[in-house]
Design a protein around this ligand. Structure first.
Ligand code: GDP
Length: 458
């Protein structure tokens, strides 16, 4: 029961042209939105790179940067001053790691980019996934200094793991920041060496050559981040894009404005009078006042009275990708819960109790077996689920069949599994609704696998 794709709902179809131009206008200066995740081995320089980029873009006040510089010098950790732009709590600073998926927004010539920062430390993999699960495109940061690239790339290093993970979560465009090239005197040979190894590997994971761009840079010195480098050693052989231009050149996936409405309820609270407010991210479609939306799995129909977004200048309508607050009427407050879904009544989300998913299993200790009870984490909800069947084990990089009906799935494997829920859930195929087809499996508070919904079975 795949969801309707070919034919957008009539209301939307008639308005496609209007909506698309209004959409562009409301975005302000016609810029499109891009969700970017930054991944790579611990200490590859992710935080420094993005912190420095934000600073060069003017997102960080001179005063604040000065403060970071002084404080970091006092602690003898001056090399971390740019990373502090992203690690902004005391605790994170004293530990020198980024814990949260901190959100930062910056603009390129044609895009408004939301940066989902991803920490590289093993313990924090779940946060990285939260970022990756929402990403349109990714930057893979590699440390090009001698020995370090190899360490991050060898087995156990996170360069491979992260590349496989983001590809498994459906990210197909990648900018590789060949970072810390200052430590190799901007050697073209070193750049080529790193590029060569990565290129072969990324191909086997399923990244097309044409979708991967390699940028020589230094997060620490700021070389080739925003402005073309003036360093002679680099200029001698490189005249390609800066990191910022490379981000600007990535294509935004189709945003789904002209698709049926889908929104997961992220929060519910009382509005004025008898009305209720529902907030969350509008995954697909667009919503305006006086629309009627179907609440699932309950089946109530709500009247939208007012639409608010955090976009300046936006009045009364919201589009796919927006964070939105809807004031709704016609509903008993007790039926609204976080994790419910709102959708177009003419094209409801399928309710299902059994799906097939393609998963990548993380660094788990106890192998996953048939019958295992797990937490199915999906959009804003967590539901109990059972692994009903281990359908097949797949090759982690090529996706080819390794074994049918494996008895168990050990750490770092890929597989097709059947999942069963105790009540009907609103789920979509990843193929149809990228935004709604990704999930994570958790057990005893840690993330054990991430995956995509490949079939709706019942
Ligand atoms: P993360 O763990 O990937 O976020 O890495 P950090 O941004 O925390 O950087 C790790 C260390 O590498 C810090 O000491 C940085 O100062 C250093 N570093 C980061 N980028 C560069 C770079 O481009 N060149 C040099 N020489 N050092 C860098």
């Amino acid at each position: 029961p795949s969801t309707p794709l070919a034919k957008p709902p009539p209301k939307i179809r008639d308005k496609i042209v209007d909506v698309c131009s209004e959409y562009q206008e409301q975005r302000g200066s016609g810029k499109t939105l891009l969700n970017l995740v930054v991944v790579g081995h611990v200490d590859a320089g992710k935080s420094t790179l993005m912190g420095h980029l934000l600073y060069l873009k003017g997102n960080v006040a001179q005063r604040t940067m000065h403060k970071y510089e002084q404080e970091s010098r006092k602690l003898g950790k001056q090399s971390f001053m740019y990373a502090w732009v992203l690690d902004d709590t005391e605790e994170e600073r004293s530990r020198g790691v980024t814990v949260d998926v901190a959100q930062r927004v910056f603009e390129t010539e044609s895009k408004v980019v939301t940066l989902l920062d991803a920490p590289g430390h093993r313990d924090f993999i779940p946060n990285m996934i939260t970022g990756a699960a929402r990403a349109d495109v990714a930057i893979l940061v590699v440390d090009a200094s001698t020995g370090a690239f190899e360490a991050g790339f060898e087995s156990g290093g996170q360069t491979r793991e992260h590349a496989i993970l983001i590809r498994s979560l459906g990210v197909s465009q990648l900018t590789v920041a060949v970072n810390k090239l200052d430590t190799a005197d901007w050697s073209e040979e070193r750049f080529r060496e790193v590029k060569h190894s990565l290129r072969q590997f990324l191909k086997t994971v399923g990244f097309r050559d044409a979708d991967v761009v390699y940028i020589p840079c230094s997060g620490l010195t700021g070389e080739n981040l925003v402005e073309p480098s003036k360093n002679q050693n680099l200029c001698a052989w490189y005249s390609g894009p800066t990191l910022l231009q490379a981000i600007d050149n990535m294509t935004v996936p189709e945003r789904g404005v002209v698709r049926p409405v889908r929104m997961c309820v992220g929060d519910v609270y009382k509005g004025q009078g008898s009305s209720m407010c529902v907030s969350g991210r509008l995954d697909t479609g667009y919503v305006q006042a006086s629309d009627r939306l179907l609440l699932l799995p309950q089946g109530d129909v709500l009247n939208v009275k007012n639409v608010q977004t955090d976009r300046a200048g936006a009045m009364g309508s919201a589009f796919a990708g927006d964070h939105v607050t809807l004031t709704v009427g016609g509903v008993d407050p007790s039926v609204l819960h976080i994790g419910d879904f709102l959708c177009d009544p003419a094209h409801p989300i399928p309710l299902t109790t059994r799906v097939q998913g393609r998963i990548v299993v993380f660094n788990i200790i106890v192998p996953l077996i048939k019958g295992a009870q797990v937490d199915f984490h999906y959009q804003a909800t967590t539901e109990p689920a059972r692994i009903r069947k281990l359908v097949s084990q797949l090759h982690k990089t090529t996706g080819q069949l390794v074994k049918s009906r494996p008895r168990a799935l050990v750490k770092n494997t890929a597989a097709l599994v059947e999942l069963e829920f105790t009540r009907p859930l609103c789920l979509e195929l990843f193929r149809d609704y990228k935004e709604l087809g990704r999930f994570m499996l958790r057990s005893s508070g840690s993330t054990i696998a991430a995956g995509l919904i490949t079939q709706i079975l019942a």
